[in-house]
Structure formats: C-alpha cells, structure tokens
Design a protein around this ligand. Structure first.
Ligand SMILES: [Zn+2]
Length: 413
C-alpha cells in the first residue's frame, strides 16, 4: 500500500471509500490502492477502506477491508482478508523511491526534468524505461503505432500488449518504475501536427528523436535549432550491423549538417517494418507485398541496446549538466556531436579490423566519437540567409539579431 494514498483518505471527509486490490493467483501477494492504477495486472477486486473508529462489522462482504488509523502522528493500516493473513508493506514515498541512485545521479534534479520522446519503437521504448529508472519525472511521448506481433522481438511490449497503442504501453511501463512520473501522450503523427510538436519541444529539457523517418527528424531538427534545445538522434543501420547517435546542442552543427539538406528520398536507416518503409518511400509503391517483405531486415535487440544505452547516458549527462553529480566527469569525455558503433564487420564496416591484433584501427563493439563540421550552407542552422528588418537590423531567418564583425574589413574607395 501507499502511505500517501492512506494519508489522503484519512485526511479526507469521506466516511469510507472503495478501492482496488490486485492479486496474483496462488502467490499470496496483493497490491491495495484507493484507486485504479495503470501498471498492474492479475485479478482485480474491490476493497473497502474504513477509518479505524468505524464499526468493525461493516464491509465484511468485501474480500479485503483496510482499517486506517493514526497513532503518534503516523498513519498506518491493518488489512482484514478472507483469503490469507496480510502483513502490510508500504510503497516508498516519492523522495525515497530513487534514493539508491543518489551519489551517481542528482535525483532531485532529474525529477523536475521533462523528456520528449518521439517514436516508441525498439529505441524509444527502451530509452523511456531507462530514464524512468534513473528518476526522470516528466515525459511527453509521441507515437501513433500499435504493438504488432513482429515488434515483440525487439520492443519492451509483451504479448499482453498486442494491438494496444505504444503510447499507452510505455506510459504503463514508466509508471511501473516510477508511479509518481507525469506522462503526457500523443498518439499522432508529428509531421501532421507541427504546432503541437513545437509546443512540446518548448516545454522539454531534452528531445529524443527515435523515429524511423527522415521527415520527422528534419522537422524536429528545425525546431531544436529554432528553440535552442538539446536533442539526440539515434538509429540502427541495415540489420543493426551498427548504428549511430547524433547530439545537437544549440550553436553546434545540426542534424541536417550531418545528413545534408537532401533529407528526403532513400534512407540508409534500417528497414524494420513494411508499412512505415512504404510511408517513408524506402519501399516504392509499385513493389508487391511479397517482394516488400524481402526488404525487411531487422537486427537483434542485443544489437540495438548498445545504441540505446549511449543515448540514455548522453541524455542523463545533458539533463544533469551544470549540477555536480557522479556523472559530471562524463562531460569531459562525451564531447562529440556524433558517435558511431559497429556490431559486425559487414557492409560499411567490412574494412574494419578484426578485434584480435587490431592495434589502433577501428574494431567492432567500441564507441568512436567525431566532431561534425557545421555546414555554412545548411538550410536549417546556418545564419547565411540573413534579412534586413525595417529598422535596418540584420537578422537570421529565425529573427535572431546578428552582430557582424566588420573590424577586419578594409573598404576600398
Ligand atoms: Zn545545420
């Protein structure tokens, strides 16, 4: 039981209330709550909550009756059960839930942070849950897909989630780790709701882009540049033979500096799903359903996890930036815009050295960081396209004032 729920009931004017008891058959374990919860299953029964001074014979038709009382300023509960003798244990209070992370992470800081995750596939689902485990307190989740059978091998969803919206499934997983987390869900295509996307980016402390199409990556990148927010872009390449992570920080190179301005057309990204590959143009409309299946080449969950893990570390470091914590030292190490990982020596990694005797040559299963040059002609982040406003001030296309340094220019008459 949750002490906070008991306190809330005890201090209310209610004489009695009916809550819910979740029980696993044959395990003699029951989770009792004053209200329905979003992260439990097993059989569910009604349970009556009573304040201790009520008639003890009341509510005996219920499988469980909870008597709540106050002694020495502390609110406690006794449970009467028809099926077994109940020893009461309490869910820790919010401030105690992540106390084990203390010393490494600044838990109180993370609790106040808001993470926006776009795409809840094999990447987004894992990253969301890891961040909840670390104690991140607020999430906004975007994905319009539902859990399908072919997702199960790489997704955190299980068989019981088939057919459900991924936003709902991941909300439950987050709340299962941190019942106090605040989760906002959008089961929509972000490319069709750009105003909403901009509002959510404005509220977020970091944006995780884990989608499978370049259009959403371009739209998010544009908003990050405009709003000066930090963002992470992660992906696996064909059959997850490897993958990469790009970090955008305000003022640095943007995602379009990395991939060029030609964001449309064939993507190098992994084809994991026929329907989304058709939407993205990775599989042309004229390709038959049978032939389309041959395009689908997914990698193992184990090959995706290292890339998710890097994104989680980068996210925690960015969210904790400026606060002294056990991971502050990473700020001197993870200084790159771009991180690259190979799982196998195939295709683009075929020429890499074998692990034994590789010396200083690149090998599989090691991270490599790189600085990406800022593209002076980038259509998203370069200030090249400048405008003069009515007052004669030079502004970038986003309306920011630009101070040009003219001191080095000589003027010929
Ligand atoms: Zn750029």
């Amino acid at each position: 039981m949750s002490k906070e729920e008991l306190e809330f009931f005890f201090n209310s004017s209610d004489f009695s209330i009916v809550g819910k008891a979740y029980e696993w058959e044959g395990e003699n374990v029951v989770h009792i709550h004053t209200d329905k919860i979003k992260h439990s299953f097993g059989s569910c029964n009604d349970v009556l909550f009573l304040k201790e001074d009520n008639d003890a014979n009341e509510g005996l038709e219920y499988l469980y009756v909870v008597y709540v009382s106050k002694q020495n300023d502390e609110i406690t509960a006794k449970v009467h059960s028809k099926s077994f003798e109940v020893e009461v244990n309490y869910i820790p209070k919010k401030q105690e839930l992540y106390s084990r992370n203390k010393g490494i992470l600044e838990v109180n800081v993370l609790e106040e942070k808001r993470v926006m995750i776009v795409g809840l596939g094999s990447f987004g689902s894992q990253i969301a849950i890891e961040l909840a485990k670390a104690g991140v307190g607020e999430f906004s989740l975007f994905d319009f897909d539902r859990v399908e059978l072919h997702n199960l091998a790489r997704h955190t969803a299980t068989v019981k989630d088939l057919g459900r919206l991924k936003t709902d499934v991941i909300e439950e997983s987050i709340k299962g780790k941190n019942p106090y987390a605040c989760v906002k869900k959008y089961a929509i295509n972000i490319n069709e709701h750009l105003d909403l996307m901009e509002d959510e980016v404005a509220k977020a402390d970091i944006v995780i882009c884990a989608t499978d199409n370049n259009e959403s990556r371009f739209n998010l990148s544009s908003t990050l540049v405009h709003q000066k927010k930090v963002g992470l872009f992660g992906r696996a390449v064909t059959r997850a033979e490897g993958g990469d992570v790009f970090r955008y920080r305000p003022g640095g190179p943007c995602y379009c500096c990395l991939i060029g301005n030609q964001w449309f057309g064939l993507s190098e990204g992994e084809v994991s799903n026929v329907a989304s590959a058709r939407r993205n143009g990775q599989i042309a409309a004229y390709v038959s359903e049978r032939d389309a299946d041959a395009f689908v080449q997914v990698g193992l969950s184990a090959d995706i996890e290292p890339i998710c893990n890097m994104m989680v570390k980068l996210a925690l470091m960015e969210l904790s930036r400026g606060v002294e914590s056990g991971i502050s030292c990473l700020e001197n190490e993870l200084i790159y815009d771009y991180y690259m990982w190979a799982n196998r020596r195939e295709r683009r990694h075929a020429n890499w050295a074998a692990m034994p005797g590789a010396g200083s040559k690149p090998t599989i299963m090691r991270w490599y960081g790189a600085h990406i040059p800022k593209n002076d002609n980038c259509s998203l982040c370069s200030d090249r396209e400048v405008l003069l406003d009515e007052g004669g001030t030079i502004r970038s296309k986003y309306g920011d004032m630009i101070n040009l340094d003219m001191s080095g220019l000589s003027v010929e008459e």
